[in-house]
Design a protein around this ligand. Structure first.
Ligand SMILES: *Cc1c(COP(=O)(O)O)cnc(C)c1O
Length: 358
């Protein structure tokens, strides 16, 4: 039985994209960001394939523990750090590096004896105002962390809010704040996400944190992965499961929102939001039927989408449909669904059959 929807994950493209990071930030070490199931690509498989990364980074403790339990022994940085004693002890037990982004975490470190000391990253809020200690608290936090016995190395981190905006004034301001408050502190630094790596060389620091670009996707709105020298890692495909003929005026799908402008063939594709295809994709969003751009029509259903086969009168049941991949960038699909490619990739569901190819 062949599964309806398949995600082919191209591990050679993944390795190429990591190489692209090296080329763009040749002086920096790389912590490959593989949170959220490696942006939907399969965290363990991606970790096993990214042997050339210097470290991995995930958002949650639970993700890091999964990596350790799968036998991954590279350095792992947990971006959200810990929130209580039990969690902190897991960092020691599994040899994980913690981001320390608020004073309560420093308190916990002071109060909790650990069997093995841990490495931490002091996260500085240089202006994004999501996580991080205030710029004026950095000096004091740094001093306190240095004195805690169970803390080994301390490094410095911040995150850019607008690096995907090529001329962003906020990014310049954040870089200034970071530079100012870390002046005189002897420690490794990490600032850049994918957009920083590609467009803000001043942000590279000792460690870069690429996420989306590893998966072959551009972090910018005005370019595609290809323009940035990247190769798409995921290809999502399905098939036509019906070809129907309707008359002018017939209404198609939920809400009868689409009306046939003439007598015409319509293809039913076995792929819908239950597989991760974005429900908000508008009519006209393109999918590739037998390699030809073919517009979606009507509303996206849970299990199916409908496509306009007027340009493809010979299409038949069983024909291949590519939802995104090399010939249909996921960036385009995201735009048609008024979202970002990050969300589309993260939302591919359990029902999809994954295949890893080299
Ligand atoms: C997710 C994340 C990244 C990776 O960002 P991309 O835009 O995917 O490269 C880097 N740093 C932090 C703190 C993150 O949360």
């Amino acid at each position: 039985m062949t599964p309806a929807v398949e995600a082919h994950i191209n591990l050679t493209a993944l390795a190429h994209n990591l190489e692209r990071v090296r080329q763009a930030a040749s002086e920096s070490k790389i912590m490959a960001v593989i949170k959220a199931n490696a942006y939907g690509h399969g965290m363990i498989q991606v970790a096993n394939a990214l042997t050339a990364a210097d470290a991995f980074s995930v958002a949650r403790l639970q993700e890091a523990v999964q990596l350790r339990q799968a036998g991954i022994n590279k350095d792992i940085i947990v971006l959200e750090g810990f929130n209580n004693t039990a969690e902190l002890k897991e960092f020691s037990r599994y040899d994980l590096q913690a981001t320390v982004h608020q004073l309560a975490q420093i308190d916990l470190l002071q109060r909790t004896p650990l069997e093995k000391s841990i490495q931490v990253w002091l996260k500085i809020d240089s202006g994004m105002h999501r996580m991080g200690v205030a710029p004026e608290a950095v000096g004091a936090c740094w001093k306190v962390l240095q004195k805690i016995e169970s803390v080994l190395a301390v490094r410095l981190m911040t995150h850019l809010a607008s690096a995907d905006d090529r001329g962003s004034e906020q990014t310049n301001q954040q870089l200034d704040v970071f530079k100012r408050v870390t002046a005189g502190i002897e420690a490794e630094t990490s600032i850049a996400n994918s957009a920083g790596i590609l467009d803000w060389p001043q942000s590279h620091g000792d460690w870069v944190r690429p996420g989306i670009m590893l998966y072959g996707v551009s972090p910018f709105l005005d370019s595609g992965g290809k323009d940035e020298g990247l190769q798409p890692v995921m290809t999502l495909t399905s098939r036509l499961i019906a070809v129907r003929y309707f008359k002018q005026g017939d209404k198609i799908g939920y809400g009868a929102s689409w009306t046939c402008p003439e007598n015409m063939p319509i293809g039913i594709v076995s792929c819908g939001y239950g597989d991760g295809y974005p429900r908000h994709a508008v009519p006209g969003t393109l999918v590739m039927v037998n390699g030809m751009p073919t517009p979606l029509l009507g509303r996206v259903s849970m299990d199916t989408i409908c496509v306009d086969l007027r340009q493809q009168p010979d299409a038949e049941v069983g024909d291949t449909v590519l939802l995104w991949g090399e010939s249909m960038p996921v960036e385009k699909v995201a735009q048609s669904a008024t979202t970002i490619p990050y969300e589309i990739l993260c939302c591919v569901t359990q029902r999809v059959q994954f295949q890893y190819i080299t």
